[in-house]
Design a protein around this ligand. Structure first.
Ligand SMILES: [Zn+2]
Length: 68
């Protein structure tokens, strides 16, 4: 029978895995919508979003890129 215990997350991983607080740095209109470059205020990770309709939330078109 499989166990339901989960592996303990090391502390340094838990510190990195926070909910990013994205702020837009710049935006550019394209034929597909508005491309928004966003940065996390907590860890300075970056991501590129595509906003196709101003009434809908933007879609992340890149994975978040951690600060090097
Ligand atoms: Zn972050």
């Amino acid at each position: 029978m499989p166990t339901l215990r989960t592996r303990r997350i090391p502390h340094h991983t838990a510190a990195l895995a926070h909910e990013h607080a994205w702020v837009s740095e710049s935006r550019h209109r394209t034929t597909d919508g508005t491309v928004v470059y966003v940065r996390c205020t907590g860890c300075a990770a970056r991501r590129v979003d595509l906003q196709q309709d101003s009434q809908l939330p933007s879609i992340g078109i890149s994975r978040s890129i951690p600060r090097s």
